[in-house]
Design a protein around this ligand. Structure first.
Ligand SMILES: Cc1cc2nc3c(=O)[nH]c(=O)nc-3n(C[C@H](O)[C@H](O)[C@H](O)COP(=O)(O)OP(=O)(O)OC[C@H]3O[C@@H](n4cnc5c(N)ncnc54)[C@H](O)[C@@H]3O)c2cc1C
Length: 313
């Protein structure tokens, strides 16, 4: 097969349809007293801010970059189920009841997300395509097949094993030794999703300050005194949602977090027959490896986006 060319650009493919940009201030100055100050305006910071604002709290999120410029506009957009270790290993180690309870948590989170997208009318190219995960050996295939069966019988998830002989109906390769499908996972456009989340958060009263780092957080009586580059804010509570970008503003978390680098690439636009051969069902794809690759069609079905953990540059 011919080699797939990677587009020769170094900016996120997702930003072409949904560029990250500063939030206009609209005349709002710095609120010097808040119920909750949030550090980081990615998915975590904004969704927490949205819930708090709708519960009547005064809340502001600060981000050192443009909102979403961290992981939240540059990910695979797979409404993932990447619980590690896998279901079979979890069952062996902790018993099937606990393994199912862990899987059930993932199901609750995905159901919440799908409901949220629907009820808020978020335009983010969400499609419930299903996910195929390839097995890297026949032993792993057996374990995946048992896991798929348990998910179907015990949690009601539409999931099933795909033997090697039927694999090409799902993916244009013989590389995997079969795999498993689960239909409760799909794909969205991560940058559009973030931009839509930002829209509803702002409309609900969350103040968002872009390009405004939080420098330090100090206890002050019953609350906190937070130093930002825009000034000092008193907050009753502080929520730190800084992910792998956690810096000296939160020394406690910084000591406990180990950021892992991860990159994605997008191919050039591919001919429809190539896409149909490689991804006949346009599903999300993953591998049964601890740090395997994941790949997916772009929402318009013209490219493949591929990601995986990489060594530090
Ligand atoms: C390449 C890649 C692919 C991925 N693929 C998937 C996938 O397919 N499916 C999936 O479910 N998940 C995926 N993820 C994970 C997902 O993107 C993250 O879990 C999610 O975006 C985390 O959101 P967050 O709000 O916690 O962090 P982020 O979006 O990273 O936000 C943290 C923010 O904190 C800000 N910040 C840090 N320090 C400060 C400070 N002192 N002051 C102010 N702001 C600060 C940063 O600027 C940043 O914007 C992927 C991640 C990567 C990197």
């Amino acid at each position: 097969m011919r080699e797939l060319r990677v587009a020769e650009k170094n900016t996120a493919y997702w930003w072409e349809a949904a560029p990250v940009k500063p939030v206009p201030r609209l005349g709002l100055g710095l609120a010097t007293k808040l119920d909750v100050l949030i550090v980081g305006a990615g998915y975590a910071g904004l969704s927490a801010g949205l819930v708090l604002a709708r519960a009547g709290r005064s809340v502001a999120a600060f981000d050192v970059m443009n909102p979403g410029e961290g992981a939240s506009s540059r990910n695979g957009g797979i409404t993932s189920a990447s619980i590690r270790p896998d279901f079979a290993t979890l069952s062996r180690r902790f018993g099937e009841d606990k393994a199912l309870a862990i899987e059930a948590e993932g199901k609750v989170a995905r159901d919440f997300l799908y409901d949220f997208i629907r009820t808020e009318g978020l335009e983010c190219d969400f499609q419930l395509t299903g996910l195929f995960r390839g097995a890297v050996g026949y032993e792993q295939y057996g374990s995946m097949a048992r896991g798929a069966d348990a998910l179907a019988k015990k949690l009601g998830v539409e999931s099933y094993a795909v033997p090697h002989a039927e694999q090409r109906r799902y993916i244009g390769t013989d590389f995997y030794r079969g795999g498993a499908v689960r239909m409760d996972i799909g794909g969205l456009h991560p940058a559009k999703f973030h931009s839509e989340l930002l829209r509803v958060a702002l409309a609900s009263g969350v103040r968002v300050h872009s390009n405004t780092p939080v420098i330090s957080i100090a206890r002050d009586g019953a609350g906190f005194r937070v130093l930002t580059t825009a000034g000092t804010v008193q907050a009753r509570q502080v929520l730190v949602c800084t992910n792998g970008y956690t810096d000296g503003a939160s020394p406690y978390l910084r000591r406990r977090l180990v950021p892992v680098r991860s990159r994605m690439i997008a191919t050039e636009e591919l001919a429809p027959e190539v896409m149909a051969h490689l991804m006949p069902k346009r599903m999300m794809m993953g591998e049964g490896l601890q740090l395997g690759f994941y790949y997916r069609p772009s929402p318009d079905g013209k490219r493949i986006l591929l990601g995986g953990a990489t060594a530090p540059a």
